[in-house]
Design a binder for this molecule. Structure first.
Ligand code: BG6
Length: 325
């Protein structure tokens, strides 16, 4: 990890991965990972939330609302919130669970990668429940989130959640990486990889429908949970001529969300017109909750990368997007 910025306030030493902690907005601490080619990632310890992912040209790839609260206990609006142990309001906890508004800690000596990885920058953040947390969710767990910046600027998030209950009890949870992608104009965006799939429509009491037609485009509010999705999904940004590729593992579902104008206006931490420049595609485990017995561990991974979009008489060639590398 490269050293950077005069804002650096602390260094958590580790043999392989010294992590620099900086003061961010409202004095909240954040970790910055930088690659020598110029790409970077910022992760707030509050929520273990990635709030920035920049490519080697310094272009921001994630959406972060200008109205976002960086005031606990409000969650940060944008970047990649972690929804755990509950997705949305599918249970008795607050919406999207509590992991996104807890303070995580940096593991000063994270386990090494299984394979040679000298050119990867990474940090491990840990969350264990407080006594207060066990009052609302009566379980003991260790959540290890590894955020990795690959040499080509790819961003990997790996969650390892372990049941550490000593009372012999299993627990069950739902999960999502609630990624807010930055797009130039939502009306010019399409998502490929979800065509013809079944989805639950959050705007229609979670009724089940089957997606019809071609790639998904946007002209009004959308809030759908696509089920049993492929491991690769693409978001094509026509105007930017850029395609985001999401690869995922252990996360069968994909939530697609854009609040559009009316809902945007009702959200205090979201600008009225900001819906035009964001799209959430969330790698998730929602339909079939995960159950862990004591001692068991679950792993859920998402890898984000970008490739230039290719045009051919107005049509994008999905083979180059979905079968490439
Ligand atoms: C999405 C949900 O994942 O998150 C939506 O499907 C929800 O229903 C959206 O509105 C934002 O949630 P929150 O709690 O961050 O405002």
């Amino acid at each position: 990890m490269s050293s950077s910025a005069a804002t650096s306030v602390d260094t958590v030493p580790s043999e392989k991965s010294p992590v620099e902690i900086h003061k961010g907005i409202n004095g909240l601490e954040k970790v910055i990972l930088r690659d020598i080619r110029g790409s970077s990632v910022e992760i707030y310890l509050y929520g273990a939330q990635v709030t920035s992912w920049k490519n080697e040209h310094g272009e921001e790839l994630l959406f972060l609302s200008s109205k976002s609260n960086f005031k606990p206990p409000k969650p940060i609006r944008g970047g990649i919130p972690i929804c755990f142990p509950q997705f949305s309001n599918l249970g008795s906890l607050e919406a999207h669970g509590f992991a996104r508004n807890r303070f995580w800690v940096v593991d000063p000596s994270p386990p090494p990668f299984p394979t040679h990885s000298s050119n990867k920058k990474y940090v491990d953040l840990l969350l264990k429940p407080s006594e207060e947390d066990t009052k609302i969710w009566p379980h003991s767990f260790e959540f290890r989130l590894r955020v990795t910046l690959g040499p080509a600027g790819d961003l990997m998030l790996t969650s390892r959640i372990r049941n550490t209950n000593t009372d012999g009890k299993p627990f069950t949870f739902t999960f999502a990486y609630h990624t807010y992608f930055s797009v130039s104009d939502i009306s010019e965006v399409r998502v490929e990889g979800l065509e013809t799939l079944d989805y639950l429509d959050n705007l229609q009491n979670r009724q089940r429908f089957t997606e019809q037609g071609d790639a998904i485009t946007f002209e009004s509010e959308v809030d759908k949970i696509y089920l049993s999705t492929p491991t690769k999904i693409a978001i094509l940004d026509h105007e930017k001529k850029r395609t985001f590729v999401i690869r995922k593992d252990g996360l069968p579902d994909a939530v697609v969300w854009n609040p559009w104008d009316k809902k945007a206006k009702s959200m205090a931490d979201f600008g009225d017109d900001e819906y035009k420049h964001m799209l959430c595609v969330e790698a998730a485990a929602v339909e079939k909750p995960i159950t862990l017995k004591p001692g068991e561990e679950w792993r859920g991974r998402q890898e984000l990368s970008t490739v230039p979009s290719s045009y051919c008489s107005g049509q994008l060639d999905p083979r180059r997007v979905l079968q490439g590398s």
